[in-house]
Write a protein of this length. Sequence first.
Lengths: 454, 233
Amino acid sequence: MNRPSVEKFARKLPEETTNSVRSASVAKTGARTVALSEAFDDLGAARTQAAQIKDFVLDNLPNLLPQLELKCSLNGIEVHWAKDAAAANKIILDICKTNAPDGGVVVKAKSMATEEIHLNKYLIKAGYEVVETDLGEFVIQIDNDTPSHIVTPIIHKTRKQVAKSFEREGLGPYTEVPTELAQQARNHLRDKFRQAKIGISGINFAIAESGRLVLVENEGNNRLCTTAPDVHIAIMGLEKVLPNETDLPLFLKLLAGSATGQRMTTYVHMVSGPRRRDEKDGPKEVHLVILDNGRTNILNGPYREILRCIRCGACLNVCPVYRQVSGHAYKHVYSGPLGAVLGPALEGIEKLPDLAKASTLCGACEEVCPVKIPIPRMLLQLRDEAVRKGLIKEAIPWSIFAMGTTSGFRWRMGLKLLPMAGLARHPAKAGWEEFKDLPKKEGRDFRKWWNARS
Amino acid sequence: MLTCLCDSFYGEAGIATVRVLEHAGCEVIFDNDQTCCGQPPFNSGDWSAARLSAGHLMRTVLSHGDPVVTPSASCAAMVRECYPILYSDMAHPKVYELGEYLVQHLRMKSWPVTVKQKPKPVKVAFHTSCHGRGIGLRGEQQQLVASLPWVELVPFEQGDQCCGFGGAFAATHGSISAGIGMEKLKNIKDSGADIIVGGDMGCLMQLNGLITRHKMDLEVRHFSQLLAEAIEP
C-alpha cells in the first residue's frame, strides 16, 4: 500500500521522540486547563467572544489594515506590504543592506512568519550571520533542525540531546542541568545582542487603533532583539491585526493560558515606535512587514476560519496524532491540526493532499481552540476537495460501497458474504491487520434474532 | 437505527439496545431495509458516495417520522451533524444516541434493575467516544452504568483522549492508530479495570483488536449490554 506521508514518517520515528513529545504535550494540555479555568469564569463565553472579534477582523481587513498602517506611521513605524515570501524576504534584506551594508549579526526573536518565508536561509545567503535567540530556536539552529512545534520548537528533543549539542558547539563544559544549559546559551547570545545592528521579530498582535505592536515571551530575548539593535524589523501575517487596545486583555489571557498554561507571559511588550528624541535607548528605526503569502486567498475560500488562529499551539498539544508523530511528520512549517488545515490552505491542496487524512477527527482540537476554529469540519472539507480533484486515491472504492447501501436487499446480501471477505486480500484490511486483529462476528446475529421474535 | 458494526460483527450490542429500549417503555421498530449512514465514505472525502448512503437512510429509517435511536454516538453525529453539511438546506434530523435518549428524553436518572441473580462485581473503565463529546453527551451513558450496584467505574489517565480508531484512518495510518490505542490501553490497565465499556462499537473494535493481538487481560462491552444484563429475561 502506498502509505500516507504522516504514517510513513511515524514508522521511522524513534520511540524516544514520541515519548518526549507525548509527555510534554500531555503536561501542557493539563496546565492549559488549570490556567484557563483560573483566568475565566466562563471560558466558553471568552472563546466565543475571541472568535467573534477575529471574525470581525477578517470581515474588516480592508479598513483595519490601512488604519494600522496610518497609526504605525504616526508612531514612526515604517510599514511595508509583502504579497508573498519572496517580496517579504527582499524587503527585509533591503533594510538590512541599508543599515548594515557590510553584513554582520542579525538577532532574531522567535517568529513562525519568518519560518514560513524561510528568511534565515535567505539572509545567510546574502552574507548575514543570523542568530536565533529564543532558547528552543537556538538549539534548532545549531542542530540544523526545524521546529517541530509552533510554540515549543524543540518538543521533540530530550535534555541529553540538547546537552550534547551545546558541548559540540563549545558553549561550555558538558552538563544536563537545565539552568546551567540556559546560562551557557545566555552567555553566548549576550555577545550576539551586543554585536547586532538588526533585530528581527514576529508579533502576536498589532493594534489598528493605536499602531502598537504587541509581543509576548518568557525568556527576555524578544526585549533585547527589539530594543538593543539600532533597527527592529517586525513581520506579521495580515490576519494578526486587532481592532482595539481593549481587545488585548482577553487575547493575552487566552494566548498565555492556551499556549503555555500561564495566567500571563513573563513579558508583554508594547512596541510604540522607535526611540524618541528624549529617550536614551531603543531602536532608531522600526519596520513592520505585513505579509499576505496566500492569506487573502484563504479569506475568500472555505477555510477562512483558520485565519482566526493566534498560534497558541493548544491543538497540537491535545491532538492524539500529533502526540504520536511530532510536528516534523507534517512536513510543513505549521504542524498538527492547525498545520493540516493551514498548510494546504496556504500552499494549495495539490502540494499537501493527504495531510487532512492524518487525523482521527476526534475533535479535541476544536474543543481547546481559544478562537473556536472548526478544524475537524475543515479537515473533512479538505478531504472532499482532495477526492474531487483526484489527488488522493482511496484504498476502498467508496462508490461501490455506497451502491451497496442504497438497497436493503444488496446490503443484506453483502452481510451474508462478509465472512468470505476475511479470505480476500485488501490493502485496507492489510493496514488494519498489521497492528491489530480483525474483528470477528461475536454472539448472535441481530437480524436473525429480530426476525425470530416477530 | 442499527449500526453497520452491530449489523456485521456485534449483533449482541444491537439486541441489547432493543431490550434496553423496551425495558424503558419504548416500542421499537426496526426497518429491515436500513443499511449504513454513510459516515465511512463521508469521512474519507467521497461525499458523492456518502450522499447515496444518506439518501437511502432518509428514504428508510428517517422517513418513519419517529425518534431514531442508535447505539452509537458516531452514527448519531453523522446523521445529525454531518447530513446538514452534505445538504446545506437540511435541518438537523432527530437522531439520538441511546444513552442520550434514555437520560435526556426519557428522563431516566438510574437504570431499573430487575434481574434476580446479580452479576459479579466488576471494575469498569468507561471509554467516552469523541463523537459522544461532539454531540454534547455529558456522561449520560456512564450515569446509567454507574447506577448498577455491581459496577464500580474507575477513572484512568487521559480518559478523554481518542482511542485512535478514526474509521479508515485505523487502516491507512496503522502504526499511529495502534500507538494511540496502546496508550489508552496502558492507562486503562494501570487503573485496575476489569473491562472497558463504551458507547461506540468502532472504538471498542479498535481497542479489542489491540487487546487480542497483544493478549491483554481485558475485554470490551457496549454499555447497552451491561444495562441489558440487569433486566430479568
